[in-house]
Write a protein that binds this ligand. Structure first.
Ligand code: ATP
Ligand code: ZN
Length: 302
């Protein structure tokens, strides 16, 4: 039987070892979590928050959250989508409560064909054998396009299916495209754009737990915003203020301050909610800005 103490703690499912692990743990640490790792290395116990992290295979995360074994989970939208389609087909009515896209794990689920094959449109897939680990997503896409093809399920190493003679086409995750190239495959059509996302149990949480989840969600929002944001300081001729404000990416109301010993120049400080690139600084300089400084933002709370 679970102790009350355990029930009061928020459980977050995170990939045990893979592409999402480091980013997921880093996000939680940036939200203020410090933890110690259990002896079996399958659970990280939060030391300063009632939050424990369960380390599992990414494919198991949606199920754990949907069944309320975990309150939250961090997993790719590709897995979320495939699991949702599977759970719905199995008659599940309650899936995930909330999905917050995160800023890592970017990839896409794409069709790829052997280099020598000509691909013109989705019609080119008709009658083909398609190897994939995402049979539900692929079948749904084929249905939508009105294409009849055979979906062959591969649980890994999808890209070798054509050279083994097991499939004509693959539908797999791609980020740089290097893996496809190494297997003489060309990417021809994207089915789904994916990145990591936070999912939440469909079950209502006890007030104490719910408060902590809300706090964590707010902190996650803050971390994501901060990673995109920059604090910019510059000197500007008063006459160019309008143009300069228009150039500052995603800034709301900049602070304008007088500069000692001059009336026609002012200091401008602004939080830019998008990254500030060299090009922007060069454009600012062209309209008269000088002494520009771009600083990272450490924390942000609206
Ligand atoms: P597990 O052992 O947990 O089942 P896995 O081998 O299925 O791991 P990884 O290869 O670690 O999973 O990928 C985890 C997730 O990372 C993917 O589901 C996807 O959301 C994301 N991802 C980002 N880029 C890529 C990529 N190039 N190839 C595969 N996955 C990617
Ligand atoms: Zn997996």
């Amino acid at each position: 039987m679970k102790s009350t103490q355990t029930d009061d703690r928020i459980k977050i499912a995170v990939q045990k070892s893979g592409r999402l692990t480091e980013h997921s743990m880093d996000l939680l640490v940036r939200c203020g979590l410090s933890y110690s790792r259990g002896k079996d290395r399958l659970i990280c116990y939060g030391e300063n928050m009632p939050v424990d992290v369960l380390l599992v295979r990414d494919d198991d995360i949606p199920g754990l959250v949907q069944e309320d074994v975990c309150d939250l989970g961090i997993v790719g939208l590709n897995i979320v989508e495939e699991s949702s389609l599977t759970l719905r087909a199995d008659g599940a009515t309650r899936l995930f409560e909330k999905i917050t896209p995160l800023d890592f794990g970017h990839c896409r689920l794409s069709f790829a064909v052997p280099r020598e094959v000509r691909y013109e449109s989705p019609e080119s897939l008709a009658g083909k054998r398609i190897a994939t680990s995402y049979p539900r997503i692929v079948s749904a896409w084929l249905d939508k396009e009105g294409i009849d093809a055979k979906v062959v399920v591969f649980s890994g190493a999808v890209e070798i299916a054509p050279s083994l003679g097991r499939a004509d086409v693959v539908c797999d995750l791609v980020s740089s495209g290097e893996t496809l190239k190494a297997h003489d495959l060309q990417e021809v059509e994207t089915v789904l754009q994916s990145r990591a996302a936070l999912i939440r149990t469909p079950v209502e949480l006890a007030p104490a737990k719910s408060q902590w989840v809300e706090r964590l969600l707010q902190r996650i929002g803050g971390v994501l915003q901060v990673r995109e944001s920059k604090y910019i300081m510059l000197h500007a001729p008063r006459s160019a203020l309008k143009e300069i404000k228009a150039l500052l990416p995603g800034s709301e109301a900049p602070t304008i301050m007088p500069l000692e010993g001059t009336d026609d120049k002012v200091a401008v400080h602004a939080v830019c909610r998008e990254n500030v690139f060299w090009e922007t600084l060069e454009e600012l300089k062209e309209v008269g800005a000088s002494s520009m400084l771009v600083l990272p933002v450490e924390k942000m709370l609206a």
